[in-house]
Design a protein around this ligand. Structure first.
Ligand code: OFO
Length: 171
C-alpha cells in the first residue's frame, strides 16, 4: 500500500472516531435530559460518518484498498456542557491539522486526484471549527447552567441531521 493510501485509511479511522466521540457526547447530554444538545451532537456524529464515507468511496473509485482498523474508545465524562464543546473544538483542530498534513503529502507525492478530493475537507474544517467555536463563545457568555443553558438547549434542537446515505448528501 502506498504512503498516501495508508494515510487516507488512517483518516477514515479518525473520522469514524470523531463520530464515536460525538456519539459519546450525545450520551452525556441524553443523561442530563438536554435533548436539544443531544440532537445537535447526533447530527454531528452522523456527519462524521459521512466524512469517512467520502474518503472510503474515493479509495474504491481509484482502485485502492480500504483497511478498517479498530476505533479507539472515546472519553465518556466531561465536567460541564462548556467543557464538552471545548473538547470538541480541540478535536476539530486536530482533524484540521490532519487534513492539512494529507494535503501536504498529496502535493509532495504528486497525488493530484487526492489533492483535489481533499479540497472539500479543507473548506469543511473551517465550518467545523467555526461551529464549535461559536458554541464555546455562547456558553462562555451566557453561562452553562440554568435559564441560559435551557434557552440554548431549545435552539440546538433546530439542527437537522443529514440523510443517512452518503449519495443523498450535497454538503
Ligand atoms: Fe470530520 O470533521 Fe469533524 O471531525
Amino acid at each position: 500500500m502506498t504512503k498516501m493510501m495508508k494515510a487516507l485509511n488512517e483518516q477514515i479511522n479518525k473520522e469514524i472516531y470523531s463520530g464515536y466521540l460525538y456519539l459519546s457526547m450525545v450520551n452525556y447530554f441524553e443523561e442530563r435530559s438536554l435533548d436539544g444538545f443531544a440532537s445537535w451532537f447526533k447530527a454531528q456524529a452522523q456527519e462524521e460518518l459521512y466524512h469517512a464515507m467520502r474518503i472510503y468511496n474515493f479509495i474504491h473509485e481509484v482502485g485502492g484498498k480500504v483497511v478498517l482498523e479498530a476505533i479507539e474508545k472515546p472519553d465518556i465524562e466531561w465536567t460541564s456542557p462548556l467543557q464538552v464543546f471545548q473538547e470538541g473544538l480541540k478535536h476539530e483542530k486536530f482533524i484540521t491539522a490532519s487534513i492539512h498534513e494529507l494535503v501536504q503529502m498529496a502535493e509532495e507525492e504528486k497525488e493530484y486526484a487526492v489533492r483535489d478530493m481533499l479540497q472539500w475537507f479543507i473548506v469543511e474544517q473551517v465550518e467545523e471549527e467555526a461551529n464549535f467555536s461559536l458554541h464555546v463563545d455562547q456558553l462562555e457568555l451566557g453561562g452553562d447552567t440554568g435559564a441560559a443553558l435551557m434557552l440554548m438547549n431549545s435552539k440546538m434542537a433546530a439542527r437537522v441531521p443529514l440523510p443517512l446515505s452518503a449519495d443523498e448528501q450535497t454538503e
